[in-house]
Design a protein around this ligand. Structure first.
Ligand SMILES: [Mg+2]
Length: 393
């Protein structure tokens, strides 16, 4: 069996509800970058690369101009050998960031092919499912160009809507400034009530000292986790916060490969690890990072962003996550779900995942997928309709 082609599909559309934002930027377009690997036996694998906007276009070039020439002609079942061939060459040009995002999409597609050849769903390929349904948390409450008072009112309402939709927990953005951010978290806590798990995502907008100030308010609010409080490079800042706050310190979505994760975990600043499979190096590398997290006794809550391919991949990964630590009533990992408009998640597939519908009908959970591989088939007409060639993504 041989790889015959590796093609990127970069998709984009204008968000219907206007601009959305987090602490680093506002955006008006939704982008997705899917990778299709074809073989001489007619089996096709699908993967996804993390990275919006122009990042997706650059990653497409890496996939099609750098990685594809190395792998075309190779056996797609030799996933680890393919991964290391690419990584060893790209090591001189980027051990983190876009080269690894590009490699991630290709690796995921190779796992999809392997599952289809074996006739096994991805979760069975990586050790088997630990649960038949996966709990889901809903994030929303994005920043907009509006006053703090308007943010406070909107966040409180949105939090209630997410809770009432059936999700197990919710996550909000911050990034307006210390006093405003604390007001936002207080409003969301009011909105969801005292017992509903509430997470706060700063997208690394604070110094460690400012994050401590906000984190102390989050402790008062019984927040479940405080995500990316400081820059991903600031390992000392992570440890400083973890030693001083009760709220769990979460992060890792901007870390790459076993080598980056080795150093992040060694710094002892994480209470929860959030590996992003579509960025850190794909499923092959995710499994190594997962082993490192387990060896450091740091529970994992996957970071999830993107289209139905990324969501489906993560349903398999979360289904297979071992309870950590074990026990009669272990903490369960949740699937992250973005509640804002995303046609690439909801309309991409010939058979949609219907996450929101399942969450509403099945006590905040989604069913584990059982078709071979990742088990999703993008609709070709949909891909053609949203395809971006070279214009602004
Ligand atoms: Mg985040």
């Amino acid at each position: 069996m041989k790889i015959t082609a590796i093609k990127s599909h970069v998709l984009a559309y204008d968000l219907p509800d206007g601009e959305l934002g987090y602490s680093q930027q506002y955006y008006t377009r939704r982008t997705a970058h899917l990778v299709e690997v074809s073989t001489d036996e007619g089996v096709t694998g699908w993967g996804e690369c993390f990275g919006p906007g122009g990042v997706a276009l650059v990653n497409r070039t890496i996939v099609e101009q750098v990685i594809a020439p190395m792998l075309i002609g190779r056996d797609p079942l030799e996933r680890s050998a393919c991964w290391h061939q690419v990584y060893n060459l790209l090591r001189d040009h980027g051990q983190k960031g876009m080269p690894m995002q590009a490699l991630s999409g290709v690796d995921i597609a190779l796992w999809d092919i392997a599952g289809k050849i074996a006739g096994l769903p991805l979760h069975a390929m990586i050790g088997g499912k630990q649960r038949d349904r996966v709990g889901v948390y809903g994030y929303g409450m994005m920043l907009k160009r509006e006053s703090t008072d308007d943010h406070v009112a909107r966040f409180k309402d949105e939090a209630q809507v997410i809770r009432d939709a059936g999700f197990h927990a919710t996550k909000m953005k911050v990034g307006l400034g210390l006093r405003a951010d604390i007001r936002l978290a207080q409003a969301v806590r009011e909105g969801v009530g005292d017992d509903f798990p509430l997470m706060v995502d700063a997208n690394h907008c604070y110094t460690a000292g400012d994050a401590l100030h906000v984190g102390q308010a989050l402790d008062e609010l019984n927040a479940f986790w405080f995500e990316e409080p400081v820059a991903p490079e600031d390992h000392d800042g992570y440890r400083f916060l973890r030693e001083r706050l009760t709220t769990r310190i979460a992060g890792g979505e901007a870390e790459f490969t076993r080598f980056g994760w080795r150093d992040l975990l060694a710094s002892k600043g994480l209470s929860l690890a959030q590996p992003e499979v579509c960025a850190l190096g794909g499923i092959s590398e995710y499994l190594k990072v997962l082993a490192l997290c387990q060896a450091n006794m740091v529970p994992v809550m996957n970071h999830v962003w993107g289209s139905a391919v990324a969501v489906a991949t993560n349903i398999h990964l979360v289904a297979a996550l071992e309870p950590m630590p074990g026990g009669l009533f272990p903490s369960e990992p949740w699937l992250e779900f973005d509640t804002t408009h995303n046609a690439f998640r909801d309309e991409l597939l010939e058979e949609p995942l219907h996450i929101q519908k399942q969450v509403a009908a099945e006590k905040g959970t989604v069913a584990v997928l059982n078709k071979p591989g990742i088990g999703v088939d993008p609709d070709r007409d949909f891909l053609a309709h949203y395809a971006v060639e070279s214009e602004r993504p």
